[in-house]
Ligand binder design. Sequence first.
Ligand code: ADP
Ligand code: ZN
Length: 290
Amino acid sequence: MILGALEAGGTKMVCAVGDNQGNITDKVVIPTKTPEETMNSIIDYFQTKKIEGLGVGSFGPIDLNPKSETYGHILKSPKLAWNQYDIVGVLERALHIPVAIDTDVNSSVLGEVTYGCAKDLDPVVYITVGTGIGIGIYVNGHLLNGMLHPEGGHILITRHKDDVYHGKCPFHDNCFEGLASGPAIEERWNQKAEELAQKEEVWQLEAYYIAQAIVQYILILSPRKIILGGGVMHVSKLLPMIRSKVIKLLGGYLDTKELARIDKYIIPESLAGDQGILGCLELIRRKLSE
Ligand code: ADP
Ligand code: ZN
């Protein structure tokens, strides 16, 4: 069965073709421009590929309620040109195939539970720390959606007593994304995150914020695995710092075999950047088999 996958991001669109067993046979990257320009390139790409369905993992917010009139639309977006854009409708009308959609981070967690390091585990949380911060949640065999979809990048966390940076989020003084995204790191330290690898205090602070968020996800969702992805996680010393701060912040309250082996519990993404694409293939595979 030939299936399509589209990972829709604010800077780039990754289009891929694969099958219902997670084999990716082709992949291209298209820069994100205006909706018209970008979608025409995407449609041109998929038109010749004989796909039977298309799975989309998109930046949000997205209307994921199948009963809603605006199902499959991008909602009020800071990427203004995409505001209210009917991404699913445009693809369905142009390609005449079923289209399934979820958030980019939900697609990533689905990729990891289907083909990666969280295979057959449930619940699982995937966190991306990049230009933005987002979380995907897999629970009871499904991706978690509800009133909207998880927005775990905007949970409120405690600012470090020595951190005077005002935060990058226009909505919140002290949310996770506002204090810990790549652009927040850059603005706080006046240097690109990529160039700060040697600065210990940068990563101690970053780990403090990421650990706080993870503690909340652990306490509320009781995940069996927590997976971290996104550009900021390329800093290799960050993950061990996060693990030890999570243990410290939990204060010994939880005593589980997972936390005893935290190096196997809080782990990096395992699919070499293809977790989102593989999740999109699984999204549409599931829809077609319903
Ligand atoms: P996006 O979130 O836009 O999909 P990424 O996940 O690559 O893209 O995240 C980009 C962010 O990650 C930028 O803010 C960048 O500064 C940061 N970043 C990328 N690579 C590194 C690195 N090696 N070290 C630290 N930060 C990085
Ligand atoms: Zn916020």
